[in-house]
Ligand binder design. Structure first.
Ligand SMILES: *Cc1c(COP(=O)(O)O)cnc(C)c1O
Length: 381
């Protein structure tokens, strides 16, 4: 089955009791048993829920995996991955990972004895060099936020596999439409389905997808034992969002390509960061491992002042000033004062995150309107 068919059909069966074509929201906490132990495979809703099961089968198919395990948020999914390890183990991670992932790794799991180090994974040889005696997990994001760095998944996962180290790829920014890390050698794929997979900015949800049956069993055990499961209504909303994932991603990526071109030619723009541009540091790797180049884009201004950035940020009408990404509507944000405000200025500058850097999550609106909106805002600088 190809992707556009999978989003609509994989794992989805008409409801056997009524024929309902859409998976019902099974809003129940328990299931009646005929006699002790004699039931239909459903005992208690933390452990099993039919709406969640349909979603898990669908997500597994989208990432070419054998099993998906769903959680109440992307960070709850990360929490489950870290619980596979023990005190003294080390996670080697990309150095510009999602702020919430960094906070959990450092402040929650650090207090339990997890060691973590953060490196530039743009160069696979540097990853091999950084692996230490306690390294048990590589935590990879590609593209990253907001610098849109690309990690060569095939090369880095091969290094980890050779050394007996697990790899977890946070595939939130790409979505399964653009990139399938399991096919490139990763052990675990993580999504904040809050973003592109849900796609409508109306639900918080996370999932893990794996190919290995034993790993799936351990993660299912953690899902049930720790209990950060999503509710059935949230699962329904994610299933509904997925049905148009391919259409939304395609349009958003096309819009991003046009906006990247427009911004590159703009006299007030210093630099446009988007993996689809030949000027991007790892453009060739992106071309190889992604189907399109994504709909997240960052740029900074020639005068590089926070004041000018603020004029652009408050000057748009269609691009809403907000955190998050991946919805049908376009968003604009200022990483230095919003998502990355807790990072010291010198650290920010080292990874290229300048004072005037503006991040766009490009939606599926008409691209002429989006460009006109940016043009008016940039005109005020
Ligand atoms: C939002 C996000 C997360 C966290 O997901 P939640 O659903 O908000 O818990 C993790 N990684 C990336 C890349 C994200 O954008």
């Amino acid at each position: 089955m190809k992707f556009a068919t999978k989003v609509i059909h994989a794992g989805i069966e008409p409801d056997p009791s009524t024929g309902a074509i859409m998976t019902p929201i099974f809003q129940t906490s328990t299931y009646v048993q005929v006699a002790p132990g004699d039931h239909k495979g459903y005992e208690y809703a933390r452990t099993q829920n039919p709406t969640r099961h349909a979603l898990e089968h669908n997500l597994a198919a989208l990432e070419n995996g054998k099993a998906a395990i769903c959680f109440s948020s992307g960070l709850a999914a990360q929490d489950a991955v870290i619980k596979l390890f023990k005190s003294g183990d080390e996670v080697l991670s990309v150095n510009d990972l999602y702020g919430g992932s960094y906070r959990q790794m450092l402040r929650v799991w650090g207090a339990w004895g997890l060691k973590s180090r953060y490196i530039d994974m743009g160069d696979a040889a540097a990853v091999e060099h950084a692996i230490g005696p306690d390294t048990r997990l590589l935590w990879i994001e590609t593209p990253t936020n907001p610098m849109l760095n690309i990690v060569d998944l095939e090369a880095v996962c091969a290094i980890a596999r050779k050394r007996g180290i697990l790899t977890c790829v946070d595939n939130t920014f790409a979505s399964p439409f653009l990139q399938n890390p399991l096919d490139l050698g990763a052990d675990i794929v993580l999504h904040s389905a809050t973003k592109y997979i849900g796609g409508h900015s109306d639900v918080v949800h996370g999932c893990l997808i794996v190919n290995d049956a034993e790993l799936a069993e351990r993660l299912h055990f953690i899902q049930n034992a720790c209990g950060a499961v999503p509710g059935p209504q949230d699962c329904f909303l994610i299933l509904r969002g997925i049905k148009t994932l391919h259409l939304r991603m395609q349009r958003a990526c096309e819009n991003a390509a046009a906006i990247a071109q427009y911004l590159t030619a703009h006299p007030k723009v210093a630099r446009v960061v988007w993996p689809g541009l030949a000027t991007h540091r790892n453009h060739e790797v992106a071309r190889r491992q992604m189907r399109m180049f994504g709909a997240m884009l960052s740029f900074d201004l020639k005068d590089n002042s926070i004041e000018s950035a603020n004029k652009v940020l408050s000057g748009t009408e269609l691009f809403s000033l907000a955190e998050s990404l991946g919805g049908v509507e376009s968003l604009i944000g200022h990483p230095a004062s919003m998502t990355h405000a807790s990072i010291p200025r010198e650290e920010r500058l080292k990874v290229g995150l300048s004072d005037s850097l503006i991040r766009l999550s490009i939606g599926v609106e008409d691209v002429d309107d989006l460009i006109a909106d940016l043009d008016a805002a940039l005109g005020s600088v």
